[in-house]
Design a binder for this molecule. Structure first.
Ligand code: URA
Length: 214
């Protein structure tokens, strides 16, 4: 597993030293910095997707969120606008969040496993996931979320490093980087498979119940 130092050296950004407020800690820990992270993603050429994307899409929302929502990769709308989940799937995601009393920007941060759009919305490839992983780890390091909601098969399988079917990954609490993680269906899938909305609702309830215990 990558350490924080590995992450920042892979990103090519040095640590920023900030004094902690508690006088008890004699030495402060290096913390990543949002501006540098955004800049690193904007300039990133670590995988072939940089050649075809319009822009990198880092994420959107509350930098101190308890909830971290992780999707697959930007689509055409997200690539054009520079924000995750702004198309039809994004509207459904907002409705899903609202159903458990959440909204993007307020105690929720939304990002993707990949920060660049795969051309033609093809599936992400393993080298692209590996190249993008330090950015996700840095985001988790900065946000320190209490719970991760993984949207869809691809996000769930790549975060949990498994090829188990989403049907088997739902309904229980996993961990990623020691953060509790709940799996649900991707909103784009739900737009095509309306009956599974009831299952997604169960997942959201599991996530909310889990959050209440943290
Ligand atoms: N699908 C995703 O997984 N992420 C987005 O940002 C948009 C659609």
């Amino acid at each position: 597993m990558l350490t924080r130092d590995d992450v920042f050296s892979e990103l090519g950004i040095g640590p920023v030293w900030r004094l902690r407020e508690t006088p008890a800690a004699p030495c402060s820990s290096p913390l990543p910095d949002w501006d540098r992270l955004a800049d690193a993603v904007a300039r990133c050429t670590a995988c072939k997707l940089h050649a075809t994307r319009t822009q990198g899409v880092l994420g959107v929302g509350d930098h101190n969120a308890d909830w971290l929502v992780i999707g697959e990769a930007p689509g055409a709308d997200e690539d054009a606008q520079g924000e995750p989940f702004v198309g039809q799937a994004g509207k459904l995601l907002d409705a899903m969040l609202a159903s458990i009393g959440l909204s993007r920007g307020d105690n929720v941060y939304i990002t993707n496993v990949l920060k660049s759009r795969p051309p033609g919305n093809r599936n992400p490839e393993p080298d692209e996931v590996a190249a993008c992983r330090p950015y996700l780890l840095a985001q988790i390091e900065l946000i320190r979320p209490k719970l991760i909601l993984a949207l869809g098969r691809f996000a769930a399988q790549s975060l949990l490093d498994t090829d188990e079917a989403i049907a088997r990954l739902r309904g229980r609490v996993h961990r990623f980087q020691n953060v509790p993680l709940v799996v649900t269906y991707h909103p784009a899938y739900l737009l095509r498979n309306l009956p599974d909305k009831a299952r997604a609702w169960e997942d959201l309830c599991l996530a909310r119940r889990t959050m209440q215990t943290l």
